[in-house]
Design a protein around this ligand. Structure first.
Ligand code: UDP
Length: 323
């Protein structure tokens, strides 16, 4: 079975590509390398450099490759950036993605796994968060992903495009070969580990006046390998569905830093800054539905295990992919 992975040179896409190849799939990676890295593309995959904004090129690529399924990771995914540059989010995450599904439908490739996000829910009315919560995003990033989920529903109804929306919580950790390397790093765990590596003086804590026990934001960190495993299971679906994907445990920013101190042995100094625009105080997943319907369970749910894998990768590749 052949899978086209868009964004397969990025953090989540690279590790899903690796897992697909390990499971015996034939994989083609499509990436424009603006966020991704050539060295993050597993050597066993075919690599195509291209941009989804180029409608003709993605049509030609899919017509040539004739994939049986598409995993779509290529997107912009920073809450903070989306609050200052919404246009980028709507153009790349919605308009360019429409080119992709039009090409898929034209080539009769009707299985689509979509990287969605818990940010589609906004500030949830209850915790843990299940899939029945209303989706009311509070930033353009979450809005762009919700818009595309809505578009997919119509493509299923009209064209029979079976899609699985996987609403990720906070992806973290690494495989042995591939890990998290953003050219401008805004994520908490890699920034904390950069301090432990001596590449940064301190970690900034964005806000400590939230309505949480220690005042900092709570997130649900899911091991990237568990996330990849859910993608494999989602491929088995014959009808469309949506699943939340998290470990089911929440950790505050201060708790994450404490775990990193334990794992790295570094004191990791902090400075408290203003809250970041668009951040909900608490996001924790219920994994009840994905466990019941796909049999998925996280194998590395403890934050310490996730941090240890991230730390091992960052120590092995202190400059990331080096580009
Ligand atoms: N955060 C922080 N300092 C940082 C990076 C992030 O305090 O250097 C906070 C951020 O405000 C959020 C949490 O850590 O509450 C997780 O942020 P991240 O950017 O890793 O993921 P997000 O939840 O935005 O997808």
């Amino acid at each position: 079975m052949k899978v086209l992975v868009t964004g397969g040179a990025g953090y989540i896409g690279s590790i899903c590509t690796e897992e697909l190849l390990n499971a015996g799939y034939d994989v083609a990676v499509f990436d424009n390398l603006t966020e991704g890295h050539l060295l993050a593309v597993d050597k066993r995959a075919k690599f195509i450099k291209g941009d989804l904004a180029d409608r003709e090129f993605i049509h030609k690529t899919i017509a040539d490759i004739k994939p049986d399924a598409i995993m779509h990771f290529a997107a912009n995914a920073l809450v903070g950036e989306s609050m200052t540059n919404p246009s980028k989010y709507f153009r790349n995450n919605v308009c360019s993605a429409i080119n992709l599904i039009d090409a898929a439908v034209a080539a009769n490739c009707l299985k689509f796994i979509f990287s969605s996000t818990c940010a589609t829910y906004g500030t949830p009315e209850r915790i843990p968060m299940d899939e029945r919560l209303p989706q009311k995003p509070i930033n353009p990033y979450g809005q762009s992903k919700l818009m595309f989920e809505q578009i997919l529903r119509w493509y299923d109804q009209i064209h029979g495009l079976v899609h699985v929306n996987l609403r990720y919580f906070n992806a973290a950790g690494a495989s042995e070969k591939f890990g998290e390397d953003h050219r401008i790093e805004t994520h908490l765990i890699p920034n904390v580990l950069k301090v432990a590596l001596g590449q940064k003086e301190n970690v900034q804590i964005f806000g400590e006046q939230y309505a949480t026990p220690d005042g900092t934001c709570i997130r649900d960190y899911i091991h990237i390998k568990d996330l990849a495993a859910a993608h494999m299971l989602a491929m088995g679906r014959t009808t469309s569905a949506a699943y939340n994907l998290g470990s089911g445990e929440g950790y505050s920013v201060r708790q994450v830093i404490d775990v990193a101190r334990k794992v790295t042995g570094h004191e990791i100094p902090v400075v408290v800054k203003e809250a970041r625009a668009g951040d909900p105080p608490r996001l924790v997943a219920s994994s009840h539905k994905v466990t019941a319907e796909l049999g998925w369970k996280p194998k590395h749910a403890r934050l310490q295990a996730i941090m240890e894998d991230a730390w091992a990768w960052h120590k092995k590749f202190p400059n990331g992919y080096g580009d």
